[in-house]
Design a protein around this ligand. Structure first.
Ligand SMILES: NC(=O)c1ccc[n+]([C@@H]2O[C@H](COP(=O)([O-])OP(=O)(O)OC[C@H]3O[C@@H](n4cnc5c(N)ncnc54)[C@H](OP(=O)(O)O)[C@@H]3O)[C@@H](O)[C@H]2O)c1
Length: 298
């Protein structure tokens, strides 16, 4: 059994990966957390306390648990959090038994520097620091477009926390605010599909610096149509230009405004040529029809 440490698996993406790996006889998942949660996350998956500021101590911890691969699902939301991830990567490179590292991203393709939210810039700098750890540590980061669970929760199984604000589709009001024309293609990923691809990719002999995966591709107009079909009613729709909205807003670096911009810039779509979908063509994914369609009759 290969030991896989999942950092930040007290959160949605990591918890889903830990759940799947705990059912796979090839892997022994452990969760790294800054604090031990009160309730058990998954049977058989231990939660180990880690101090990301202590690189030496973290390296010893990884070695003592015979960790071969670290999957970071830390929410890298600022330069300070990026430092936690970089320290964990440095500890992984120091641990003689730890060979591979997935850096947390699970987001869009990279925006041009002038359009980067500060947390995205922090991640870019973290990736640069990780590159310097090669060849002691092989690393990749995963881009998957929009994590689509929120379009169907609570009717679809998910560990993802709901977004703190309503994003684009308001089911209560049956209204949508759509960036651009609504015909931009986006990649979307259901959290359990992300976990299935990550699980499969643990067996790949080599990783690219950047990996992509997706459950499928869609457009916001298609999602709107699926909501209308599921709820059996016509929704009120407005279309807006994200750049104009950004120019008018006084909310500095408000992520939803930038996510809308990334969508019309084509960055929510992910490259397919080297995707894990290509490597695992038989891996069955969840469609956006299944996710949004879960509202039918609710
Ligand atoms: N593309 C999309 O639509 C989309 C949507 C959601 C999330 N994401 C991305 O997916 C990844 C995982 O997201 P998630 O929703 O699973 O994350 P989350 O639940 O918000 O957080 C994951 C974990 O990060 C750890 N963490 C938070 N602050 C930290 C710090 N200062 N230092 C070290 N660890 C810290 C916490 O673990 P402990 O407290 O246990 O240490 C937390 O449970 C992130 O990169 C996020 O940006 C993408």
């Amino acid at each position: 059994m290969t030991t896989i440490a999942i950092a930040g698996a007290t959160g949605g993406v990591g918890k889903t990966i830990a759940e799947l790996l705990s059912k796979n006889p090839l892997y022994r998942p452990i969760i790294l957390s800054r604090s031990k949660p009160a309730e058990s996350l998954h049977a058989k998956v231990p939660v180990i306390a880690v101090d990301y500021n202590d690189v030496e101590g973290s390296a010893k911890l990884l070695e003592s648990h015979a960790v071969h691969t670290v999957i970071s699902t830390i929410r890298v939301s600022s330069p300070e959090v990026a430092l936690s991830e970089v320290n964990l990567a440095k500890a992984s490179a120091k641990s003689p038994v730890t060979k591979r590292f997935i850096a947390s991203d699970f987001g869009s393709m990279l925006p041009e520097p002038q359009y980067r939210l500060p947390f995205i810039q922090a991640r870019v700098e973290a990736f640069e620091a990780l590159r310097e750890l090669a060849p002691a540590l092989e690393f990749t980061t995963v881009r998957c477009g929009l994590i689509a669970d929120f379009l169907g929760t609570p009717n679809v199984q998910s560990h993802m926390r709901p977004p703190p604000v309503i994003l684009w589709f308001d089911r209560e009001k049956q209204a949508a605010e759509i960036p651009g024309t609504g015909d931009d293609v986006i990649a979307y990923a259901y959290s359990y599909d992300i976990a299935r691809f990550v699980e499969a990719a643990l067996g790949l002999p080599r990783w690219e610096d950047e990996s992509t995966l997706f459950s499928g591709k869609t457009t916001f107009n298609e999602i709107l149509g699926l909501f209308e079909k599921a709820t059996g009613s016509k929704w009120a729709v407005t279309y807006f230009d994200p750049l104009t909205k950004l120019a008018k807003t006084d909310k500095k670096f408000y992520p939803p405004d930038y996510f809308s911009l990334y969508l019309v810039q084509g960055l929510m779509d992910v490259a397919e040529d080297k995707s894990w979908n290509k490597q695992f063509p038989d891996l069955k994914t969840t469609s956006v029809e299944e996710i949004v369609g879960a509202w039918k009759g609710k």
